[in-house]
Design a protein around this ligand. Sequence first.
Ligand code: G3P
Ligand code: CA
Length: 292
Amino acid sequence: MHPRAAAATTTALLGAAALLVPAPHHRAEAAAVERPAVIAHRGASANAPENTLAAVDKAAELGVEWVENDVQRTKDGELVVIHDDNLQRTTDAETVFPDRAPWKVKDFTAAEIARLDAGSWFDPAYAGARVPTLKEYLHRVESHHQKLLLEVKKPELYPGIEQDTLKVLANEGWLDQRHETDRLVVQSFSADSLRTVHELRPGVRTGFLGTAPVAMLPRYGRFLDQINPPYTSLHTGYVLAVHAFTGAHGQRLRVSAWTVDSPDIARTVASYGVDGIITNRPDVVMDALDGE
Ligand code: G3P
Ligand code: CA
């Protein structure tokens, strides 16, 4: 059995007992503490259809501790996990609902979206995979004892989505101290949205997507914990500059870079001193960082 798979299996077997011991035995935690966290972007999205439960399962199978997702809202107010603001690329919506162009997520009910196939576009082997609700997604992540980098996607399209998201997180047990301090980060390209999250629920960790100007960091540090830039904009000096500031919870601002899929780039970005690497290929990045 692959070492990461063995680690994940061990974690699963520990079950509820894992809550009582110091840490699950994900490979990321067994490795040197200096190694950046590896975050499966939209789940293990090179191996399974992005943002589906299968992509979460695949990440767990690979021994990945963190998964990233994208959250949007249906016409009737259900939060669902999908990246694009329309259903065309990752579902069969055009076939099932031919008269509903432009197939915006916000124009479909949760029941309608639940009918769609979100797996066949990726590989026929995944036919029947669904667009998960956030509630379903949280259950699956929790079942694997994983951690979640939750992106509020295009909040400008969904007024009040911050409150809606926090409500689902609270209902599903994701806003207790254990989750708030160690298992959950809410990120967005919108600093305003993250400020809203912080004001509504100050204990939640937040991350800004983008290369925030250093001059903004004193202000951002009042409501943010992370600055998460595209790796193409990164260099050691920027990471050091971000680390020099304190975030909303009294620790240095952290940096997670996206989206890194090659071993060479993973090693280079790690050498900058980042805290996390967001990748579609978590197995490739973990192997690169572990020198395999
Ligand atoms: O987590 C970083 C990344 O997800 C941001 O870009 O478009 O893939 O959501 P995008
Ligand atoms: Ca995302």
